[in-house]
Design a protein around this ligand. Structure first.
Ligand SMILES: [Zn+2]
Length: 492
């Protein structure tokens, strides 16, 4: 008897990409420096090398712990658990009694400081860590951290903010800055922080986290000036020249908060700005770094912010963004992942290394699976005449956020709400309700294998398909029914 064969199309599998990036998340660890991961890599230079940097502490560790948690959820892979343990131990060791996460004094000049951008990655990691393991260590640190974030916020009647980019053990570095109500770039330090705070509130009910979101969203929308009236970014120097990653990250925070509070006015605020951003980037999602000197370099981080904001808007009813986001996932996120390293020259020994700062050791092998740090629209390594020229090929933040981008695609491909199961992205995906087999882009064909009774099933038909031409074949108990999309909408 011949066995029935079911061929799976050889098309994009986000789970495979998540497995690939895990190699690099583990490989970036510096075993000669207490497993603190390297931050940058220069792959163009011969031989290639990786270096440590300012972001080595809460930011890098937070990003990688979050990314590993998401990649393991997608793949079930267990390799590198001992390195993950080191990352977690390190992250917890950077906390001080006051609940804030500090940079180690040996690499920074002067007193230890808690960088406010780092804190966002820290609470994100603790949230994912707690959500998947229910580890009380993660919750204890997170509760203390959120309480600290609330305690140190400068509170006015309608808005809260931070008066500097860094906090110290003795308090804010300048009493005068507090006095004269300085609120440096609220998008970088307050806006982006809302997203993990909201997630932490949803996971644990922590009220401080929600309250911070409430007052930060008021700050961004009503008082900050980060976004201009028409939705465009304020490009002045005080707003980091309209730095895309921190602005779009703020839009993601607001979009999720709007969904949570069911506040359509905030959703509208985000949509206006998102539509402006879509006009600044390529059709496949390459964004400028900012509106000034970084305009020619793109971080994977900004692309993932675009993906996450688009998904949040789609969940709030703007379903046209599902197609935009699928294009970004297929044509840029997965294209920004480094799988072929034949062009990178690596050393097989550590004789050229500068311990605690730089390594040349097996750089190609260790970075396989990474996402681009600063890329040009068509090149992984950016070395254009405009702007700053060649800077970093890998940045650890982008490796972490690239993984989060894969997870966002994977976890939103099939969703269920009140008995309606929706296929939002035409990507391969197994789920308890149904399995999606996608033949795209080789053939305009998608198969759904239904695993259980579904009250209402909807599948998004992409704009380019032409609804009238869509042919739907259903098979059930040997019966076949054929329909066309002639009288259907964009959802069938
Ligand atoms: Zn980045």
């Amino acid at each position: 008897m011949e066995l029935e064969k079911h061929y799976i199309p050889d098309t994009l599998m986000l789970e495979e990409r998540a497995k690939a990036v895990m190699n690099c998340i583990i490989g970036m660890a510096d075993e000669d420096y207490n497993y603190i991961p390297f931050f940058n890599a220069n792959l163009v230079e011969k031989p290639a090398h990786m270096t440590h940097g300012d972001w080595d502490f809460g930011s890098s560790h937070g990003r990688l712990i979050d990314a590993l948690t998401l990649a393991r959820t997608m793949t079930g892979e267990t390799f590198g658990e001992e390195v993950e343990e080191k990352y977690k131990e390190n992250l917890l060791s950077f906390f001080k009694e006051d609940g804030m996460n500090y940079r180690l004094p040996e690499v920074i000049v002067g007193d230890p400081t808690a960088n406010m951008i780092d804190q966002r990655a820290v609470i994100l990691a603790l949230t994912s860590w707690y959500l998947t393991t229910k580890d009380p260590k993660a919750k204890e640190a997170a509760d203390k951290h959120v309480a600290a974030l609330k305690r140190i916020a400068i509170k006015e009647k309608d808005v809260w903010y931070y008066p500097a980019s860094e906090y110290t053990e003795k308090g804010w570095p300048s009493k005068n800055a507090v006095h004269i109500r300085l609120a440096p770039d609220p998008a970088s330090f307050c806006g982006r922080l809302m997203m993990p705070l909201l997630k932490y509130h949803e996971a644990t009910g922590n009220q401080d986290a929600l309250e911070l979101c409430e007052f930060f969203s008021a700050l961004i929308i009503h008082r900050s000036g980060v976004f201009n009236e028409d939705g465009s970014f304020n490009a002045s120097l005080a707003y980091r020249s309209g730095h895309f990653h921190t602005r779009i990250g703020t839009l993601e925070s607001l979009a999720r908060y709007a969904g949570f509070t069911r506040d359509a006015s905030i959703t509208h605020f985000v949509k206006k700005s998102y539509d402006w951003v879509l006009k600044q980037c390529t059709a496949f999602g390459w964004t400028p770094g900012d509106l000034q000197e970084q305009a020619y370099e793109h971080e994977t981080c900004s692309l993932v912010d675009l993906i996450a904001t688009g998904i949040a808007l789609a969940h709030s009813g703007y379903s046209e963004y599902w197609g935009v986001v699928e294009r970004f996932i297929r044509n840029h996120l997965t294209e920004s992942q480094l799988l072929d390293l034949d062009w990178v020259e690596q050393r097989e020994d550590k004789s050229m290394d500068e311990p605690g700062y730089k390594t040349y050791y097996k750089v190609a092998e260790r970075s396989r699976g990474a996402f681009a740090g600063y890329s040009a629209p068509n090149d992984f390594a950016c070395d254009v005449n405009h702007g700053r020229g060649h800077t970093s090929d890998l940045q650890l933040c982008c490796i972490g956020s690239g993984t989060r981008g894969l997870f966002m695609g994977w976890s939103n491909t099939v969703t269920e709400h009140n008995g309606t199961v929706r296929v939002n992205f035409l990507l391969n995906r197994g789920s308890r309700w149904l399995d999606v087999y996608s033949y795209l882009p080789h053939e305009g064909r998608v198969e759904l294998k239904i695993n259980q009774d579904i009250g209402n099933l909807e599948i998004r038909i992409p704009k380019w398909a032409g609804y009238n031409k869509v042919r739907v074949e259903r098979e059930w108990e040997g019966q076949q029914r054929i329909q066309t999309g002639r009288d259907a909408s964009s959802w069938i």
